[in-house]
Design a binder for this molecule. Sequence first.
Ligand code: KG4
Length: 351
Amino acid sequence: MKPQIKTILAIESSCDETACAIIRDGREMLANIIASQADLHAQFGGVVPEVAARSHIEVVIPVIEEALEEAKLTWDDIDAIAVTRGPGLIGSLLIGTLTAQVIAREKQKPLIGVNHILAHAYASFLTDKQQPDFPMLALVVSGGDTRLMLFQEDLSFETLGATRDDAAGEAFDKVAKLLGLPYPGGPNISRVAESGDDSAYSFPIAKLGPESLEFSFSGLKTAVLRQVQEIIGDQPGLSDLRKTYQLPPQAVSDIAASFEKTVVETLVRGLVRAYDRYSPASVVIGGGVSASKRLRKEILKAIPETHIVEPVFCTDNAAMIGALAYRMAQAGIGVNAEAETIEADSSLDVL
Ligand code: KG4
């Protein structure tokens, strides 16, 4: 009989967070360490892949050691190693997957390769007393993806609609940059939006058809750019989206509030449309943008039973990787008992 997997050490390094968590029985968190590189990338206005990979190399082992120390466990107590396979930045993913493989081989532990997007959807299984039921509707809104998924049962899902262009988080980051706000854009836009008038500007919600469950944010981003250029009297040019503009503080706050309102309306509208169509037993949201106070408030207004995790489990973390890995292990899916290779895949799909 195969040994039971109860305690999982999970590693996440898909973008600019190096994280390690130790999870028992899929939800009991024994350790949750997150080393964010946000300050490192802030000077460049966004994540620089080479800088991210180098930083992962430096901190991944200390982060794992810290997790073991926090959990007061040794390697003998760990039943399996889980690691993010993708999607993400290839250099960053490679550091996590190679580290996990070396440890698994050296310590003779099974390896579980986890899809990062699906793990965002499973973050709600970590902290809620009431676990989500199936069929489960999930909205994942992160820096790299925006996606509605329906899980008819555990680990079995279809994508109902995804973004046709930019992810919601990417739109936050790009709009923040053009408004001269620091990286990461989401929290900084939310902060200045608090003192802004959200009806000062009217930005468009992409019209993709009354039945569509897809999203699109690139038109919104361009609408914000044109508004900024109109305010300062600048002529539109081809590379304008990479520029940063100097606006009066109140205009920055008003644009941020109007932009945030439009993104939130877009997301809530899509989620409600899917909810009405599929009548799921539960609704979850995950991904960095779900840390937005405004989004959380509006989603709870529209669908009060939605499972919304603490902001620390919305942005990248390893606990959600451990939560999904546990369920995979229980179902006997994707567990590599011989500690062979886990291939990093930057464009790993969620088909
Ligand atoms: O899930 P995440 O940490 O990384 C990916 O898996 O992509 O998401 C990062 C994204 C960034 O684009 C960041 O601007 C956005 O989440 N974000 C927020 C907030 N906190 C982070 N967006 C809106 N409001 C926030 N409070």
